[in-house]
Design a protein around this ligand. Structure first.
Ligand code: CP
Length: 320
């Protein structure tokens, strides 16, 4: 599987596993240019003029669906949004039949969110237009990882050896190589965690997965082979997990994915008390550490409101 970007070739973006570090950096560099466009009074380019993008969302979404629609429109593509309740899936049509019917109308890109891990790969094997995975079950959320890496690079990136640039200013070539990132919370059910582990490790960051043992899948350090084996470790105590990190990435409890499972922790209040981020526990991270969250945040559960609203939280910058 290959990825798709502005020199138009109908390729797919299904998994961060399909990208190497150079391809990720190239996408982040493109992203920085489009981020600058969003600061302009007239936010329009013609890169995708004449193209058609179908946003096919079978799960709830605020950030991802809206950002794909805005991105398509700012690049002059036609954007069509379809949700599960408004599609013929609700009348018993299969996902593949739906996709083949949509493809008969010649779209250039289908952006898919689905509760089945593997849905985007399945679609990519059945259609000839590009497929972008906007989150598939517990598998991956590659565009979230790319925007998270872009945010970390902009806020905490260090100049590449020999290059003149300003960390935090988004100028010049920056790298996140060597940064310490803690991903805290429900790792077990998180597609965001999986994509971020792969993406951040490929860019050279070191990652701590911070959660009770029951919320960390056995062997997750190996999902990217040697790259992640060398750079990922599991920590089961919040204070140790946050000790001296540059970035704290909080995850919400994915109750919607735990249906039918035996409970993995006593109750939400207990988990919040032991693994929630407060002003006190943030004190274990570096004094200039940033706080991230893919959203939606659950205030007072994984994240204290004082932290969510503090200048150290870059949650809305991630969305931008
Ligand atoms: N981060 C994220 O995927 O948010 P939405 O579920 O609102 O799209």
């Amino acid at each position: 599987m290959r990825f798709w970007y502005t020199t138009y070739v109908p390729r797919h973006l299904v998994s961060i596993a399909d990208l190497d570090a150079a391809e990720i950096v190239r996408i982040l560099d493109h992203g920085d240019r489009y981020w600058a466009l969003a600061q302009e009074p007239i936010k329009k380019l013609t890169s995708l003029r004449g193209r058609t993008v179908i946003n096919l969302f079978f799960e709830a979404s605020t950030r991802t669906r809206t950002s794909f629609e805005i991105a398509a429109k700012r690049l002059s593509a036609e954007a069509i949004n379809i949700s599960s309740s408004a599609s013929s899936i609700s009348k018993g049509e299969t996902l593949i039949d739906t996709a083949e019917n949509l493809e008969a109308m010649s779209p250039d890109v289908i952006v898919l969110r689905h509760s089945f891990g593997g849905a985007a790969a399945m679609l990519a094997n059945h259609v000839s237009c590009a497929v972008i995975n906007a989150g598939d079950g517990q598998h991956e959320h590659p565009t979230q990882a790319l925007l998270d890496a872009a945010t970390i690079r902009r806020m905490k990136g260090r100049p590449l050896a020999g290059a003149a640039s300003t960390p935090g200013a988004g100028t010049g070539p920056l790298t996140i190589d060597g940064l310490e990132v803690a991903i805290v919370g429900d790792i077990a059910h998180s597609r965001v965690a999986r994509s971020n582990i792969l993406c951040l490790a490929k860019l050279g960051a070191r990652i701590r997965l911070v959660a009770p043992l029951t919320l960390v899948p056995r062997g997750i350090e190996l999902i990217g082979g040697d790259i992640t084996r060398e750079r990922v470790r599991v920590v089961n105590r919040l204070e140790d997990g946050l000790d001296g990190v540059d970035v704290v990435m909080m995850l919400r409890i994915q109750h919607e994915r735990a249906g039918g499972e035996a409970p993995r922790f006593p109750n939400t209040r207990e988990l919040s008390r032991t693994f929630g981020l407060s002003e006190r526990t943030l004190g274990f991270a570096k004094p200039d550490a940033i706080v991230m969250h893919p959203g939606p945040i659950n205030r007072g559960v994984e994240l204290a409101p004082q932290v969510a609203d503090s200048p150290r939280a870059v949650i809305l910058q991630q969305v931008s």
